[in-house]
Design a binder for this molecule. Structure first.
Ligand code: ATP
Length: 287
C-alpha cells in the first residue's frame, strides 16, 4: 500500500492537541510556527455562526518565498460535506488544512467561508468554529471531566455526559474508579492512545464547531480501539464540513469526495468509484 497509508501526523490543534514525545513536539512547533503577520486585520468582524461552505480560490502558498507548496488550489467544500485529502508526502495536504484556521495565510488567492474572506473575520471567532483532531492529544494533570470540559469551559453536566457518550468514552468512564472524577495524565490514570483521541473527540463534540479538520492516524491502535475511534469520528463528522487527511481506505471510500493533491496542485477529484474507474493518480496512489 506504500506511501498512501503512511501516517500523516502534522496538524496539531490549537485547543485539542499538544505534543507527545519529540516527534509530536516538532510537529506542534512546526504547526504553531505561524507567520507573525497572522492577526486580526483592521476592521475584522466576528464571524456569525457559520454553515461551513469553504471556498479555496486559486490558493498559492510558499513557506520560503521560493518554492510553491500550494500552486493554485481551487476547491469548494459544501456545508456538511466530507472531503478526504490524499496524495504523496509533501503534496501539501497539511499545509492546505493549516490555512483554514489561519495558521498561515495564503501567499496568493483567497479562502472564504460562507462567502466571507478569512481575513475579514476575527481569528478568535474563526478558530472557535474550527475543530481539530489529530493524534497528538494534550491531556493536562486533572480529572477526566476537566480534560473534556476544556473544549467548553462553561459546559453543564448533561452536555459533558452527552459528549462522553458521543465520543464512546462511556465504557471507560464506567470502569474508572471515580468515573469522570478520576485523575488522568501525569499524576493519575494513564490513558491509551485511543482513549486520548476520544477525549479530543469529546472536546470537539462539546464545542460543536461547524468545521472539522481531522488528521487521521493509524498509529498503534489495536483493531477494536481503532474501530471505536473511527466510529466516534464518523459520528463527529456528521453535519460538519470535514476535511480529512486520510490514509485509511475505509475513510476514503466513505468520503463524499476525494481530492488528490500532488506537488501543490489538485490532480484529481471524485468519489472512490469514479476515481477507480478513471485509472489515474488515485489508482496509482493506491498502488
Ligand atoms: P505528508 O504526507 O508528508 O504529511 P503533506 O502532503 O501534508 O505531506 P505538507 O506537510 O503540507 O505536505 O508539506 C508540503 C511541503 O512543504 C513539503 O515539502 C514540506 O517539507 C514543506 N513544509 C511543510 N511545513 C513546512 C514549514 N513549516 N516550513 C517549511 N516548509 C514546510
Amino acid at each position: 500500500v506504500g506511501v498512501f497509508f503512511r501516517p500523516l501526523e502534522k496538524i496539531a490543534a490549537v485547543v485539542e492537541t499538544y505534543p507527545r514525545g519529540i516527534a509530536g513536539f516538532q510537529r506542534y512547533q512546526k504547526l504553531l510556527a505561524q507567520s507573525p503577520d497572522i492577526a486580526d486585520a483592521p476592521g475584522a468582524q466576528d464571524a456569525p455562526a457559520l454553515s461551513g461552505r469553504i471556498r479555496f480560490e486559486d490558493v498559492q502558498f510558499t513557506y520560503d518565498g521560493a518554492r510553491g507548496v500550494l500552486r493554485g488550489v481551487t476547491l469548494e467544500v459544501a456545508p456538511g460535506e466530507t472531503v478526504a485529502l490524499v496524495g504523496p508526502s509533501g503534496a501539501g495536504k497539511s499545509t492546505l488544512m493549516a490555512l483554514v484556521p489561519r495558521f498561515y495565510d495564503p501567499t496568493g488567492g483567497e479562502i472564504r467561508i460562507d462567502g466571507v474572506a478569512l481575513t475579514d473575520m476575527t481569528l478568535a471567532s474563526l478558530r472557535r468554529q474550527v475543530g481539530l483532531v489529530s493524534q497528538d492529544v494534550f491531556l493536562f494533570g486533572g480529572t477526566l471531566r476537566e480534560n473534556i470540559a476544556y473544549g467548553k469551559l462553561d459546559a453543564g453536566e448533561d452536555e459533558i455526559l452527552e459528549a462522553v457518550r458521543n465520543a464512546r468514552l462511556d465504557t471507560l468512564v464506567s470502569e474508572l474508579p471515580q468515573g469522570l472524577d478520576t485523575m488522568v495524565g501525569e499524576r493519575g490514570v494513564m490513558l491509551s492512545g485511543g482513549q486520548r483521541q476520544r477525549v479530543a473527540i469529546a472536546r470537539v463534540f462539546l464545542r460543536n464547531p461547524p468545521i472539522l479538520l481531522l488528521d487521521e492516524a493509524t498509529s498503534a491502535l489495536d483493531r477494536a480501539t481503532e474501530r471505536e475511534v473511527q466510529a466516534a469520528l464518523a459520528r463527529l463528522a456528521v453535519g460538519r464540513t470535514t476535511l480529512i487527511i486520510a490514509h485509511r481506505l475505509e475513510t476514503i471510500r466513505h468520503a463524499d469526495r476525494i481530492v488528490v493533491l500532488d506537488t501543490g496542485r489538485i490532480v484529481e477529484i471524485g468519489n472512490h468509484d469514479t476515481l477507480v474507474s478513471n485509472q489515474q493518480a488515485y489508482v496509482a496512489l493506491l498502488g
